[in-house]
Design a protein around this ligand. Structure first.
Ligand code: PMV
Length: 324
């Protein structure tokens, strides 16, 4: 047995995933496309220890209930055919639960560190399928830069892979509208959207077409189309959520303020496109030459509440040490 530390970066979906066909296996209704981000990541250390009576989980140095982490490690234990409990330490370099998909980085890092610590040597595809069981978006965080998660129809076929790298100098600005915990987690709200939103079937069809269009736009380095599809997918996802019963939105007034600034910038010829996830924060997709102009336009309203990042690397092992 080994003590393994792995790092995985979070990702932001350009074409969103929203809704599970199979909540246990986490098989989505739609495929999705994402950008892995350089500056937001989770480091997780896993060490299986035969003397432990239960899994022990620390997040940023604080003991936490191991519930979801343990359930996930059960998949690893089953695969490695070991009964042993583990010590898990995670450090989040992502504002937790603020719609910045901290769960994507968390479960991708846990999949890599946990499987290696248990003596498994999984391929990126196998890791992606494993990470998917913790959080759907984690399947994409195994890969760097651009990734596509094929919705598939079973455990084997629902897997992410890297898309060919683009020469576009992609950048993402994060407007921190609110970094407190989100009111409703994505899991519960997805289930309610699928069950009650009359727009959900339309979302599935539209979004699946958008995945194909996005792959083509990226291959053609057509940023205007990449940005347009990104903004559309997000707005359509939020429209579907708004139409659910009970109606709901993650947006706050400042979410709309940021989006209005993005639209003004676009009217001035600056390529900037907004995307929002399971939280009120606004991520702005652009190209590197425009970052300063966009920051200047946002600064009067958002001050220091701005982060800029770009494409990040694949999940990787940082250290691997044999247990004493
Ligand atoms: O993987 P989850 O359960 O955190 O859901 C992610 C959902 C969105 O972030 C809103 C969209 C996406 O594809 O990442």
């Amino acid at each position: 047995m080994k003590t393994v530390t792995a790092r995985a970066h979070t990702n932001i979906a350009l074409i969103k995933y929203w809704g599970k066909k199979d909540p246990d296996l986490i098989l989505p209704y739609t495929s999705s496309v994402s950008l892995t981000l350089a500056d937001f990541y989770t480091d997780t250390t896993v060490s299986f220890d035969p003397t432990l009576k239960a899994d022990q989980f620390h997040l940023d140095g604080i003991a936490k209930p191991a519930g979801k982490v343990s359930q996930f490690l059960d998949l690893v234990r089953h695969r490695a055919d070991i009964p042993t409990y583990a010590r898990i330490e995670s450090h989040n370099h992502v504002p937790t639960a603020a719609g910045l998909a901290s769960s994507a980085a968390a479960f991708a890092a846990l999949a890599l560190a946990g499987s290696r610590a248990a003596g498994l040597d999984l391929s990126p595809s196998a890791l992606s399928r494993l990470a998917r069981r913790g959080s759907g978006s984690a399947s994409r965080s195994i890969f760097g830069d651009l990734a596509i998660w094929h919705r598939g129809h079973d455990d084997a076929s629902s897997v992410a892979e890297a898309l060919p790298p683009t020469t576009l100098p992609l950048r993402m600005l994060v407007v921190m509208v609110d970094t407190s915990r989100k009111a409703i987690g994505s899991r519960a709200l997805m289930a309610n959207t699928v069950a009650t939103s009359p727009y959900y079937p339309a979302w599935v069809t539209t979004n699946e077409n958008a995945v194909q269009a996005m792959v083509e736009a990226l291959a053609a380095n057509d940023f205007a189309q990449v940005g347009h599809l990104t903004e559309q997918s997000s707005m359509q996802m939020h429209a579907t959520i708004l139409a659910a019963d009970p109606a709901f939105t993650y947006w706050q007034p400042e979410t709309l303020t940021a989006w209005a600034i993005v639209k003004q910038l676009r009217a001035q010829g600056i390529p900037a496109y907004a995307t929002m996830d399971a939280g009120p924060n606004v991520k702005i997709l652009t190209l590197s030459p425009y970052v300063e102009q966009i920051k200047a336009a946002l600064a009067p309203t958002f001050g220091e509440r701005l982060l800029t990042t770009g494409p990040g690397p694949a999940a990787r092992v940082l250290t691997e040490v044999p247990n004493a």
